[in-house]
Design a protein around this ligand. Structure first.
Ligand SMILES: [Zn+2]
Ligand SMILES: [Zn+2]
Length: 260
């Protein structure tokens, strides 16, 4: 599997001087295995994704917060007649997914329904575990206001776990540890410092320290901290990253590629 970070910023896209290194696009991670491609979330990072693939790519949405769907409206593939993209939404069924998608992407908030674009957007039922080409995909609920799915992608004997928009609580933590046990790469929400977390309990995010605690408990080989605070500059993020001092742990930055 090959992971490309297309967007690692949380909550809101930013574009300004001093944020070039980590990047300001919101959550989107491209995972490729052989001729197959899965996108984890469709934040504004999706605009940097390629549009040509041997097989139709699958977009998995962890939840429906705007920062995770922001890129869908301008994904180039949806303008390519005859090209299919599959989308799996965390809704009870395809019909309610379609309704949610149209609620966000339809007039007066958006010129047209994404289901009426030249490229075909096919909604896939959210049934896990799911086999998608070279990928085996599992899921479990995380802990975030309104809910959020945690995903595990496995292929070629390797696995990665995507734990975005996750707030640590003692309840349910052991299930997450079991789910992520021994994974090769753990992507984990590290938006807040521990001090910030104390005043933002219930907002649904974690800190690098909590991610490291999970990595150690589940025995993940590497930890990639994601969903960076949009208000921080590169300098502030570098300082926070430098405080970590743990092997196999770093902050994701846009354009980064990790081979598993
Ligand atoms: Zn988010
Ligand atoms: Zn969220």
């Amino acid at each position: 599997m090959k992971l490309t970070v297309l967007g690692a910023t949380g909550s809101m896209a930013v574009s300004r001087k001093g944020r070039e290194f980590y990047g300001g696009a919101t959550s989107c991670y491209m995972v490729q295995a052989g001729e197959d491609c899965v996108f984890l979330d469709a934040g504004s990072g999706l605009l940097a994704a390629p549009s040509e693939f041997p097989n139709p790519p699958l977009i998995l949405l962890s939840h429906l917060h705007l920062d995770h769907m922001l890129g869908l409206g301008m994904y180039r593939r949806l303008l390519m007649k005859g090209e299919k993209t599959r989308l799996c939404m965390p809704t009870p069924d395809v019909e309610s997914g379609r309704e949610m998608l149209d609620r966000l992407y339809s007039p007066p908030f958006w010129p047209l329904s994404l289901l009426d674009c030249a490229g075909e957007l096919e909604l896939v039922p959210p049934r896990f575990p799911m086999q998608y080409g070279a990928f085996h995909i599992e899921s479990m609920p995380g802990n975030h206001p309104g809910g959020c799915l945690v995903f595990k992608l496995s292929s070629g004997g390797k696995s990665m776990v995507y734990l975005t928009d996750y707030e640590y609580t003692p309840d349910g933590f052991s299930e997450i540890v079991d789910f992520a046990r021994g994974t090769d790469l753990l992507l984990c929400d590290g938006q807040y410092s521990e001090e910030e977390y104390e005043v933002r309990r219930g907002f649904g995010h974690s800190s690098p320290e909590k991610g490291i605690h999970l990595k150690e408990r589940c025995g993940a080989k590497r930890l990639l901290l994601i969903h960076h605070n949009p208000f921080y500059s590169d300098t502030e993020l570098h300082v926070r990253e430098a405080l970590i001092h743990k092997p196999g742990v770093h902050f994701a930055h846009e354009g980064e590629v990790i081979d598993l």
